[in-house]
Design a protein around this ligand. Structure first.
Ligand code: S3P
Length: 440
């Protein structure tokens, strides 16, 4: 049935028990393909996320002549790196689907190639702002054309000679930072990026893992162009952004006791744990270890009564992808939760402030959207049909809400769960969150 969309249906109630390893980290998976392709030598990756977003990045490099084997069923990928100057001109447009990370990071390194290319995305990505990368890349000497509103498609002209700049980002964005550092690999002199608040630092860590010198002092990350990347091995930890659904699920569903294995707990990603703990959640980190430059732990979570809080602003960039499910936690908490300083949520895969407020209203929750956040009064979730607006994290967040709803919840437009969390339905069912899927 072409054009049919996936719908989730959930009965009310339940609890989560047992253990689970959620799929690989999306941010690290993207970067492993990019750096592995540009390295000299063979890079081996394990735990690669087999979601549509990271597969799109993989296909883009294959389209530029990089030999990439896998992923195998268990997530192994082998890349024969072509070196920083070994990419070949693609024969068609480069389609990255729903993935903002692919488009923004790729624009940095494609701006430095000898050939022209065009980056396109799906309807959601085609509405997302790209000036945030086009402007600083243009300052570096890149030539990029976008649609009128600064949105995709991006036409990138080859042959530009980039020069390093020092760039103070107006927003806290790991995608912009990473885009500029990747462009900086090719630029003359030094490229420095200053961030207004800490954001995920996987690019800096992985560049070092590939033998490239990156200096980080305070909020400033810098590197010099003209070096080389040396192939390495990468073990991708489980994605804390996917684990987040289960951290909230087990917290709100009475009687739950769940362990999430091998989760990446890089301190630039653990805002979800800090915020849930401030709300009263019972989350323990066990077996903390370092794997390929990234911290990893097993997370044990048991249900606990949650309290509404004012979410500290400094935690916002450290939990930026977790707000859809944090709003569900707030709806189940006692009292009021206030989020501010999160205007970036309006330009994610959907307007996550509006779409979540609309869904929570349908489910009987008093949720007031503001320009840069939301005010949520904890209450009783009722039942109803909500629209995920094609946003993977919103679909999964409302699935979690069913654990505390009074009646069943239907969620429309869930196909994009596959961009970040293939097998969500099967894995959730294994620990007690039962999702019935249908095509409509
Ligand atoms: C990402 C950075 C974040 C995040 C996105 C992944 C990355 O975006 O929301 O899902 O891998 O660098 P911003 O940089 O736009 O905040």
């Amino acid at each position: 049935m072409s054009g049919s969309k996936l719908r989730y249906q959930l009965q009310a109630g339940g609890k989560l028990c047992g253990e689970l390893r959620v799929p690989g980290d999306k941010s690290i998976s993207h970067r492993s393909i990019m750096l592995g392709s540009l390295a000299n030598g063979t890079t081996r990756i394990t735990g690669f996320l087999q979601g549509e977003d990271s597969l799109n990045t993989l296909r883009v490099f294959q389209a530029m002549g990089v030999e990439i084997d896998g992923p195998t069923q268990s997530g192994e990928v082998v890349i024969e790196g072509v070196g920083l100057h070994g990419l070949k001109a693609p024969t068609g447009v480069l389609n990255v689907g729903n993935s903002g990370t692919s488009m923004r990071l790729l624009s940095g390194l494609l701006a430095a190639q000898k050939f022209d290319c065009e980056l396109v995305g799906d309807d959601s990505l085609s509405k997302r702002p790209m000036r945030r990368v086009i402007e600083p890349l243009t300052q570096m000497g890149a030539q990029i054309e976008s649609a009128e509103k600064g949105t995709p498609p991006l036409k990138i002209h080859g042959g530009a000679r980039l020069k390093g700049i020092e760039y103070e980002m107006p927003m806290a964005s790991a995608q912009v930072k990473s885009c500029l550092l990747l462009a900086g690999l090719y630029a003359e002199g030094e490229t420095a990026v200053l961030e207004p608040a800490p954001t995920r630092d996987h690019s800096e860590r992985m560049l070092r893992g590939f033998g490239y010198e990156v200096t980080v002092e305070g909020n400033r990350a810098r590197l010099c162009g003209g070096g080389e990347l040396i192939a390495t091995e990468i073990d991708v930890p489980a994605d804390i952004s996917s684990a987040a659904f289960f951290l909230v699920a087990a917290s709100i569903a009475e009687g739950s006791d769940l362990t999430l294995r091998h989760v990446g707990v890089n301190p630039t990603r653990t805002g979800i744990i800090d915020i849930l703990r401030l709300m009263g959640a019972n989350i323990q980190l066990q077996n903390e270890r370092l794997v390929g430059g990234e911290q990893v732990a097993d997370l044990r979570v048991r249900s606990a009564p949650l309290q509404g809080i004012d979410i500290p602003r400094e935690l916002v960039p450290l939990a930026i992808d977790e707000f859809p499910v944090l709003f569900v936690a707030a709806a189940c908490a006692n009292g009021r939760t206030v989020l501010t300083g999160a205007e970036e949520l309006r330009v994610k895969e959907s307007d996550r402030i509006q779409v979540m407020a609309d869904g929570l209203h349908i489910l009987g929750i008093d949720a007031l959207p503001t320009n840069d956040g939301m005010i949520i009064e904890g209450g009783r979730l009722t039942s109803g049909t909500v629209d995920s607006a094609g946003d993977h994290r919103i679909a999964m967040a409302f699935a979690v809400a069913s654990l505390r709803s009074q009646g069943s919840i239907r969620i429309d437009d869930c196909d994009n769960v596959n961009t970040s969390f293939p097998d969500f339905v099967a894995l959730a069912g294994r620990v007690g969150l039962y999702v019935r899927e249908s095509k409509v």
